[in-house]
Design a protein around this ligand. Structure first.
Ligand SMILES: [Cu+2]
Length: 375
């Protein structure tokens, strides 16, 4: 249908306001899926119906007012009730509404028909990030905001995709029917990608469905669109759509990584190995708050060197790292780090900076905790 309405709307507004502007973006965008195009066409159909109704109604009004003005000596007609006119102005709007309802219903049915999908993705909203799980594929990950804090605090110039960039985008193949199973782990979020015409509430304890079959490869961006707390504006959605072959390669790599990680979890680790691995994790993930020598930044961030927790029972130490301390800057790392990495970093903390406990938390301990939690 009208795929370039911005041209028409542009001309219309240009004639009204007498301005030329090369980039008119007043209209909705058609998007990148069949459904989003259907939604767009529907929008345009209804738009033009409204334009025609507007022209007819206001045309008749102004025509009557101008031609029958008093100054030309017009006399008011004195008629009451006119059966045919009344029937017409009931039947005509009714027919118009039916004519609009037919394509609208058809599109709506399409939007909700998530059956026979090729790929199922579980989308879970967290405060404040998204988690994607490729069902039946053993691949899952968190997608965190990647915009540096300097840009957020106006200390650096903002990128083109400011607040719309993540560390790991959701990757999908072109042309496949992808079903999204949308839920949340804490509060209500909403997963929205305008180009797919997908916007679905993510509600704890419920699973809402949506789907998309994306026509062209590319990067599509969206946002959480349900006010979900202080960082609601900091949990964007980024979807990278690849060719089928590239997607398969990517998925293969992710699966191999997952398999490798599983192997690492079940292997017998020595204290030395865990400490070495934990050293790296500590210096990428924990160092910002607890500092390089474990001295922390009291009173904001406690020291781990000599801390009661890091030198106390290992179950409690693991629990703090796994669950975090709700209400403080200490996040729950249980779902962010792998079992191996949690075990390694806890073991490292128990043996670094003179803590010398000489004991270790193994990946199997972490897995056991995880499984106990899942019950
Ligand atoms: Cu949210």
């Amino acid at each position: 249908m009208m795929r370039h309405p911005h041209v028409w709307m542009g001309l219309l507004l240009w004639s009204v306001f007498g301005q030329a502007n090369a980039a008119w973006t007043v209209n909705m965008a058609p998007g990148a899926t069949e459904v989003s195009n259907a939604v767009f066409d529907l929008h345009m159909t209804i738009f033009w119906i409204c334009v025609i109704i507007g022209i007819v109604v206001f045309g008749a009004m102004f025509w009557s007012m101008v031609l029958h003005r008093r100054s030309t000596g017009q006399q008011a007609a004195h008629f009451h009730e006119h059966t045919w006119v009344e029937i017409l102005w009931t039947v005509v709007p009714f027919l118009i509404l039916v004519a609009m309802a037919i394509p609208a219903t058809k599109t709506l049915i399409d939007i909700y028909d998530a059956s026979e999908s090729d790929i199922d993705i579980q989308v879970t909203g967290y405060q404040w990030k998204w988690h994607y799980k490729y069902l039946g594929q053993d691949v899952e990950f968190f997608s965190n905001l990647a915009t540096p804090t300097e840009q957020i605090h106006n200390k650096a110039p903002k990128d083109e995709h400011y607040l719309l960039e993540v560390d790991q985008p959701l990757v999908l193949p072109v042309g496949a029917k992808v079903r999204f199973l949308v839920t949340a782990a804490d509060v209500i979020h909403s997963w929205w990608v305008p180009a797919f015409a997908v916007k679905r509430d993510a509600i704890p304890g419920f699973v809402n469905e949506a789907w998309a079959r994306i026509d062209k490869p590319g990067i599509y961006r969206g946002q959480c669109t349900e006010l979900c707390g202080k960082d609601h504006g900091f949990m964007p959605v980024v979807v990278e759509v690849k060719s089928k072959a590239d997607y398969d390669t990517w998925l293969g790599e992710r699966k191999a990584e997952a398999a490798k990680l599983k192997e690492l979890t079940s292997k017998e680790w020595t204290l030395q190995e865990l400490v070495e691995r934990g050293d790296k994790i500590y210096h990428t993930t924990c160092v910002a708050c607890h500092q390089a020598e474990g001295q922390g930044l009291p009173p904001m961030f406690p020291a781990l060197k000599g801390s009661k927790v890091a030198t106390g029972p290992k179950e409690e130490h693991l629990s703090v790292v796994f669950h975090g301390r709700p209400g403080t800057a200490m996040a729950a790392f249980g779902k962010q780090l792998s079992e191996v990495d949690i075990a390694a970093v806890v073991t490292y903390e128990r043996n670094a900076w003179g803590n010398n406990k000489g004991d270790m938390v193994t990946p199997k301990d972490v897995l056991a905790l995880k499984q106990a939690e899942a019950k």
